[in-house]
Every structure is written in C-alpha cells, then in structure tokens.
Ligand binder design. Structure first.
Ligand SMILES: CC(C)(COP(=O)(O)OP(=O)(O)OC[C@H]1O[C@@H](n2cnc3c(N)ncnc32)[C@H](O)[C@@H]1OP(=O)(O)O)[C@@H](O)C(=O)NCCC(=O)NCCS
Length: 350
C-alpha cells in the first residue's frame, strides 16, 4: 500500500502506519476547515493551476493546531500525524523510519505569520514526544513549491527543502508517433522495453539511483534495500510489461527508465489536478556516459509512449540538491509542484 495525499504526506513508495491514536476532529473545527479550505483553493488556483483542490484535513494525533488572526478569526490550521514506515518495505529506503507530518491550511495571501505560529505550536508538541529525539525520525511539511511567501517561516524553523515532486502535463502526440521499441535513436542508442530476463541489470540500475540519491539524504539505504528492490523489480517486470525501458549502446544497457502506469500511481495522483496520472519512478544513466544526450533520448521516447497512451500528467520525485536531476527534469519539461521540507531528526525543528 502506498499513501500520499494533499493532506501533507508524500514519499516515494510510501507504506505508512499511523502511530498512536489518531483523534477525530470536532465538528466545529470541520466547519473552520471547510471555510479555510475555500480560501486555500482560491490561492492554490492562482499560484499553480496544476495543484489539486485542497482535500479535507486528516485525523491527527491531537485536535488541530489553530492560528487565530485579528477579530478572533481562525487563519490557519495544522494537523500532526505520527507515522511509522514499515521496515520490510521499500518505503523505508526513501526516508526516515518515523515521521511527524504536519498538514497545514492557511487562509491569508501572506501565510507567513500564521505558518510561523503553527510551526511554533508544532515544535512545542514535538518537544513532548520522546521519540522525536531518535536519529531515524523526521518532521515533515509538504508545501506548494510556488507558495514562496511561506518559505522564510519554514527556513526559520530549521526545516530544509529535501525533495520536489515535479509535474509534466502531456503534449499532443507527435504525429510521427513514439519512437518504436527496438529502433535506433539519438546518440546511437537502441531503446527497448525491458522484460523478466532483464531482472539483474534493471535491479542494478535501480540500485544506482538509490546510491546516488543517498548522497543528498534523498534515500536511506537499509539492510533490506537490495532484496526489496530486486523483489519489486521482478514483480514490475512480470506484472507491468511495457512500462520499463532500457537504452542500449553497442549491445550494453546504459540507461533505465521505469514508469508506474496510472492504475499503480493512485498513491500520488491526488497531489495534482485530476486526470490520468503516471509516476516516473526511476531514471538512471550509467556514470561514464552521462551528459551525452542518452538521458534526454530515453525520456523523450518514454514521453512519446506516455502521451500516446493517454497519460495526462506525469509526476516524479527528485532530491532538491541533486545537481544532475533538477536541471535535467526542468529541461525535459517538468515543473516543481510540491517541495517537501524536513527536519531530521524531528527534534531538530526549531
Ligand atoms: C539525471 C540523468 C538521468 C541525466 O541523464 P544524461 O544522459 O546525463 O542527460 P543528457 O546528457 O541527456 O542531458 C539532458 C539535459 O540535462 C541537463 N544536464 C545534463 N548534464 C548536466 C550537467 N552535468 N549539469 C547540469 N545539467 C546537465 C542539460 O539541460 C541537458 O540538456 P542540454 O544538453 O540540451 O543542455 C543522469 O545524469 C543520471 O543518471 N544521474 C544520476 C541519477 C539521477 O540523478 N537520476 C535522477 C533521479 S530523479
């Protein structure tokens, strides 16, 4: 099971279990949420038309934190959830084992004062959680990338921008159609769908991304990672033929792209406006042949396939400080949609 939503949590291949009792939200607060959400919907539409309608806030570990503005009017709400990511899932390779996630809704065009207030209250709450001191924990806030007015408050509270969810709306299919599998493209490449017989090389290239992203804290390699990657790869190659591609040069696989089709990407689809949404899970070019056009040729091929298959939007994650992925994805037509801000360990929240 994967879980990701506009309520504030999204992590690649997430499998989450709420920790402790989640409290039901009082009805009077529900009315406030509805009211604040209306204002948030207006703000988000202006900020970025790819953002979804804000969803209801989830049940949290306690009643929602409230920020009260002039005249006693609620201007901000925050719900904290404590989540445990199971050790026997790949989700733990993509972040901390225990997460304290704050979902926020802020009414005003300048959200900074209310956000500052909510983050202060949240820090006081985390100070009372002995578990937040542990190394393998994170305090997490998902924030619309274009909502720049809140960034200073996030920084002042010790949060760091760790990763980005980027989005690419589909283009009209190229009249020439996608490059056919098995045809030569770009820089002397043969691009072809991978099959069950490619398990070893696809696993190896998948692990290449895990190792590369570990340099930025984007991934956290665990003892079980290798076996879990292999098992997931095996299942994907057998169960989702046609969504994994290898680029070969001189008969040797040099690059890998893996996409989750819309039916498998529902865990992240509601981070964006509605439509058939795919998730580009993996992109890797072998170190010795990077910056020579192979990545671009493979991604253009994949995009041609996705556009032709009726995918409306493609989402992906990249680590904010990965110096290769951010320029690459922006060049390939992706725009930042959500930024995930984290303090690790959670007690590092200021
Ligand atoms: C990101 C990656 C897939 C790009 O593949 P690549 O084959 O090196 O990229 P290309 O040569 O096709 O370059 C395409 C565009 O990326 C950008 N780019 C490529 N190399 C770059 C570099 N060293 N610095 C900055 N931008 C670069 C450029 O905009 C380039 O377009 P241009 O040549 O028209 O200017 C590859 O570097 C890689 O596997 N990195 C390690 C793993 C990784 O980060 N994966 C993505 C995880 S989200």
């Amino acid at each position: 099971m994967r879980d990701a939503d506009t309520r504030g949590t999204v992590q690649r291949r997430e499998k989450l279990t709420p920790r402790g009792r989640q409290r039901r939200m009082p009805w009077v607060i529900r009315d406030v949420v509805k009211d604040v959400n209306k204002a948030v919907a207006r703000r988000w539409k202006i900020l970025d038309p790819l953002l979804p309608e804000p969803s209801d806030l989830p049940e949290g570990c306690m009643p929602p934190l409230l920020s009260i503005g002039e005249g006693g009017r609620p201007v901000g709400l925050g719900v904290c959830r404590h989540q445990y990511v199971a050790a026997d899932t790949l989700a733990q390779t993509w972040g901390a084992a225990t997460k304290f996630v704050l979902s926020v809704r802020l009414r005003e065009t300048d959200p900074r004062p209310a956000l500052d207030d909510l983050l202060t209250q949240w820090r006081e709450h985390l100070e009372r959680q002995p578990e937040a001191e542990k190394e393998d924990t994170a305090a997490v806030v998902n924030w619309p990338s274009r909502d720049v007015a809140g960034v200073l408050a996030l920084l002042e509270h010790g949060l760091q921008p760790m990763s980005v969810i980027a989005a690419r709306p589909a283009r009209r299919p190229d009249p020439a159609g996608p490059v056919r599998p098995g045809t030569n493209t770009g820089p002397g490449l043969l691009i072809r769908p991978a099959g069950p017989g490619d398990l070893d090389v696809v696993t190896e290239l998948e692990l290449g991304v895990v190792r590369y992203d570990a340099q930025f804290g984007g991934s956290v390699p665990r003892l079980a990672t290798e076996a879990l990657v292999r098992a997931e790869t095996q299942a994907a190659l057998a169960g989702r033929p046609g969504w994994t591609w290898l680029a070969e040069r001189d008969g040797q696989p040099v690059a890998l792209a893996v996409v989750e089709p819309p039916a498998a990407a529902t865990w992240i689809a509601n981070m964006a406006r509605s439509g058939a949404t795919a998730y580009l899970q993996t992109m890797f070019v072998r170190p010795g042949v990077r910056s020579g056009g192979i990545g671009a040729a493979l991604v253009r091929h994949v995009h041609g396939e996705l556009d032709a298959r009726g995918v409306d939007l493609t989402l992906l994650h990249y680590a904010q400080v990965n110096p290769l992925s951010a320029p690459f994805w922006h060049r390939m037509g992706y725009q930042p949609l959500w930024s995930t801000w984290e303090a690790r360990p959670a007690a590092a929240l200021r």
